[in-house]
Design a protein around this ligand. Structure first.
Ligand code: NAG
Ligand code: NAG
Ligand code: NAG
Ligand code: NAG
Ligand code: NAG
Ligand code: NAG
Ligand code: NAG
Ligand code: NAG
Ligand code: NAG
Ligand code: NAG
Length: 802
């Protein structure tokens, strides 16, 4: 403290008797030399050569200032960059000093260093504000040691690159605010807008309801680079390109800003009056921005976007809509409830259950019976029912194809006036993506009436919401298999009851009885031993005693209530658990056919028992769908972390069912290392990133899936090759290199050499070639080059149409 005080006195002296001609002269300069400084009291500015930008102290409050760069000719001094956005300095006594040692620092009135460039060194020459708005510190050779372009705040200028590390943060990201908007490259290599809230964080642009290819974006180019040019043309490595509406008009000053409302806009400056006009924007219907109206809030167009609360809900903080709404009532599970209808409305996400082809009446009954249901979305045109566990990202506009039903107490008085509705003047789309989603809504309705048509199916599959429907159909079919004995009409109420009743807590005693004292062992693995059992209703179940669960009962139960709610045709249903004393046990469906490894690798008694080509394709597609569901559609993001044939069970129709999902989560909680390093998959199937201790993402499952896919085609354990040579995946890598060479070499019929000989040539070679190619891309060492699980599922779905 003392040292700083002394320092600032010296610096004050330096300023007062500055020997720098640049600063003692009243004229503006674009250079700041070592040993000179700027202060609020002595308003000197750095000005770019042609005067477009100014740099200096910028007033943000009565007595608070930031060190910023702004457009000199905009009427409101629009800021393009700020050094200390979240910690403004005092108006009196604060200094920006370019120290003799080459470091540029911002000192508050008390001498505290608020910000610095860390550029001290003998080679540092001077600081300079360039005509493009970049503040640079150069060395004697003119090389940039530091530049403000590397640290954008909420604005990008022409010539300023978007790279891997670029992150724009909307302004209200000060520590006081709990939520904010971010613009950066996502893990999928796409420039994205992301809402980062206290409870939830989600990408809202590009629109999550469509797949990347539907708006020409690429997820495979991991270069992550892009730049806006002076003329108003923006091009990114993810194939996003756009032109400003005043493209190529000469001399226009532009900025690309992530505004406080979460939209990314390109602005052009009218030099005559200093005002800005929008020449491009990412989102034309602002209500598509996530988080604008907070939890349970609904974004309405009136016609300007604004927020409102659903009936029975009240605003949390009248000054801050991002805090959302809270129910003005309390419902306990036993209370009588009713459902009020909000037409043309949706709350995006937080779906925990879907069903297709059911009536709104049945959907209502499901929601009423389930305590965790706060409401549901029903789509009349396709009769789908999505139950919601919480309400986020609400919006309403005329022509919206969903209807929301909200659960409220029976006694509540609801007037129709309080139901939020948009006026008729909804902003019209300016960008092609929006037109597409509009068309989509139309075609969607049409398509639904003839959903057997595979072409229509394919078209629909590109859209997440459509995936829901397919999943719903698949789930219903899945149930159909499970409950064939009981029901003919697929979705009756009894059926539903059966399902909810199936997930329950068992006592240890019950399980001892069910398994005849853990007698009939089905298999064992790293996570525990599995026994066969018969529970009270005479169902056969698999009972897994988990090792190594350090979680307390409540935590375990909470985790399981999530796992227990996951329904998918290609996932083994967990139907109960036991958590008593030291025992942590999972009860799940039992499948007589056992796991994929047996049917695929064991020598069959006769050649008729070899797994056929069509079944292999079906199994590959099913696993992909199940994993895609876990990764992308689930209530919570679930990684499997141990995908291998042993964990893929087959039902009577040879439909694959993935087992042991969610275990990674269960086992890691309470473990010593939060990075999940304790749980490792199985050798031969694990992605290289495990070895490098990198954070594990969904792409690790994609890798393991690639191995399984290859094994399905080849009918042998690829993982055996992997372990032969000194623990390195040499065998597998050699195989991959060979296949790649053959692919590139355009060698015909290369694939027949790979396919399982036991098939005796009975396979579809174009399908096989495509599957091998897909497997190879899943096995990329660079995980950003691997496709996502939903892309993989899409590709396989296409293959099925040959
Ligand atoms: C400054 O303006 C002049 C004349 O308008 C132009 O020729 C020159 O290129 C500009 N300089 C920069 C760095 O833009
Ligand atoms: C700023 O100054 C004005 C007038 O001097 C005063 O009314 C206002 O309360 C001040 N604001 C803050 C945040 O101190
Ligand atoms: C890249 O984008 C352009 C323009 O948006 C589009 O015409 C083209 O088809 C896209 N390419 C791919 C491979 O998606
Ligand atoms: C990836 O993006 C970079 C930068 O835009 C581009 O140069 C490169 O050609 C792209 N790679 C592919 C495979 O398209
Ligand atoms: C950001 O903060 C300012 C002042 O604190 C407030 O007026 C404005 O409404 C906030 N904007 C958003 C989007 O929260
Ligand atoms: C500023 O000038 C431009 C054209 O030069 C005009 O379109 C715009 O309406 C003006 N804005 C204001 C606020 O006067
Ligand atoms: C300057 O800012 C004020 C308040 O933020 C706004 O009302 C005004 O329209 C702005 N002027 C221009 C020319 O953008
Ligand atoms: C419900 O509203 C009606 C008419 O607005 C009113 O007469 C009635 O008293 C209200 N009931 C309750 C319980 O508030
Ligand atoms: C999008 O819609 C607008 C208005 O309906 C129309 O003018 C424009 O041509 C459409 N764009 C495309 C790419 O279809
Ligand atoms: C919608 O369907 C019509 C005819 O059924 C077709 O011409 C049009 O291209 C479809 N729109 C989209 C976006 O696929």
């Amino acid at each position: 403290m003392f040292m700083y005080a002394k320092l600032s006195i010296i610096l004050l002296l330096t300023t007062a008797f500055s020997s720098s001609p640049a600063l003692s002269a009243a004229t503006a300069t674009n250079l700041l030399r070592r040993g000179s400084s700027l202060s609020v009291e002595k308003p000197l500015l750095l000005v770019s050569p042609n005067g477009t930008f100014s740099c200096g102290f910028y007033q943000v409050g009565n007595n608070s200032f930031t060190f910023s760069i702004w457009f000199s000719k905009s009427s409101n001094k629009t800021v393009a960059w700020t050094a200390n956005r979240n910690s403004p300095v005092n108006g009196k006594g604060s200094l920006l000093v370019f120290r003799k040692d080459g470091n540029m620092v911002l000192l508050d009135y008390n001498g505290d260093i608020v910000w610095s460039t860390d550029t001290s060194g003998p080679s540092t020459n001077h600081a300079e504000l360039l005509e493009n708005g970049n503040l640079v510190i150069t060395d004697h050779g003119g090389k940039y040691l530091w530049q403000s372009f590397d640290y954008p705040t909420n604005t990008l200028l022409p010539g300023q690159p978007v790279t891997l590390s670029t992150k724009l943060l909307s302004e209200n990201s000060s520590l006081a605010s709990s939520s904010h908007f971010v613009c950066r490259y996502s893990d999928d290599n796409m420039l994205s807008l992301i809402f980062e809230g206290a409870e939830l964080s989600a990408i809202y642009w590009p629109p999550p309801s469509s797949s990347p290819w539907s708006y020409n974006r690429w997820t495979s180019n991991s270069t992550r680079y892009g730049v806006l040019d002076d003329q108003g043309f923006f091009k990114l490595s993810d194939n996003l390109t756009f032109y400003a509406s005043d493209f190529a008009a000469v001399g226009i000053k532009r900025r690309l800003t992530l505004d406080n409302d979460g939209n990314l806009r390109l602005y052009s400056l009218a030099e005559g009056n200093g005002s800005w006009s929008v020449s491009w924007q990412a989102i034309s219907k602002l209500c598509q921005v996530h988080g604008l109206c907070g939890k349970s809030g609904i974004c309405v167009y009136s016609p300007k976007p604004s927020c409102s609360c659903p009936p029975g809900y009240e605003i949390n903080d009248p000054n801050d809509w991002s805090q959302g709404c809270k129910p003005a009532f309390r419902i306990s599970c036993a209370d009588k409830t009713k459902l009020i209808m909000l037409p043309q409305t949706d709350f995006w996400g937080s779906d925990y259950y879907f069903a297709g082809g059911i009536s709104v009446r049945d959907c209502k009954i499901k929601c009423r019976k389930d305590c965790s249901c706060v409401g549901f979305q029903y789509m009349n045109s396709i009769r789908t029912c999505n139950l919601k566990s919480s309400l986020y990202n609400g919006n309403t506009y005329p022509g919206h194809w969903g209807t929301i039903y909200l659960k409220v107490p029976m006694t509540m008085n609801v007037s129709t006036i309080s139901i939020p509705q948009s006026g008729l003047n909804v902003p019209q789309a300016h960008d092609p993506t929006c037109n597409k989603s509009h068309d989509f809504a139309e075609n969607f309705t049409k398509a639904s009436t003839k959903s057997q048509d595979s072409a229509v199916f394919l078209y629909m599959y590109g859209f997440v919401s459509a995936i829901f429907i397919i999943e719903a159909l698949i789930i219903t079919l899945g149930w159909c298999f499970m409950f064939r004995k009981q029901v003919e009409p697929i979705e009756t109420l009894d059926n539903y009851k059966a399902i909810t009743n199936h997930f329950r807590r068992y006592t240890y005693k019950e399980l001892v009885k069910a398994t005849k004292n853990f007698n009939d062992e089905l298999g064992r693995g790293g996570s525990g031993v599995v026994y066969k059992g018969i529970v009270d209703d005479e169902r056969l179940v698999a009972v897994k005693k988990l090792n190594d669960v350090t979680q307390g009962e409540e935590e375990f139960q909470a985790e399981l209530s999530v796992i227990g709610r996951i329904y998918h045709m290609n996932l083994v249903r967990v139907c109960g658990f036991c958590s008593e004393g030291p025992h942590r046990i999972l009860i799940s469906e039992y499948f007589k056919n056992g796991s994929l490894d047996k049917i695929l690798f064991d020598e069959p008694q006769n050649s008729n028992n070899v797994l056929g080509w069509y079944e292999r394709y079906k199994i590959a597609a099913g696993i992909a769908k199940g994993l895609a569901y876990l990764h992308h559609e689930c209530l919570e993001w679930v990684l499997h972390c141990d995908v291998k044939p042993e964990n893929i069970l087959l039902d009577a129709e040879l439909e694959p069912k993935i087992a042991d999902f969610g275990l990674a989560k269960l086992l890691h909680r309470g473990g010593p290392d939060p990075q999940m390093s304790r749980i490792r998959g199985t050798r031969g199937y694990i992605a290289p990133e495990w070895a490098f201790n990198l954070p594990i993402t969904a792409k690790a499952d994609v890798y393991s899936y690639g191995v399984v896919l290859l094994e399905l085609v080849m009918g042998m354990r690829v993982s055996d090759m992997a372990t032969e040579e000194n623990e390195k995946d040499v065998g597998l890598r050699t195989l991959i290199e060979t296949v790649k060479r053959k692919l590139n070499g355009g060698e015909p019929h290369w694939v027949s050499g790979l396919v399982d000989v036991r098939l005796e040539g009975h396979f579809d070679s174009s399908q096989a070639a495509a599957m091998v190619k897909l497997a190879i891309s899943c096995l990329e060492e660079d995980r950003s080059k691997r496709p996502t699980m939903s892309e993989t599922a899409q590709i396989l779905l296409h293959l099925g149409k040959y």
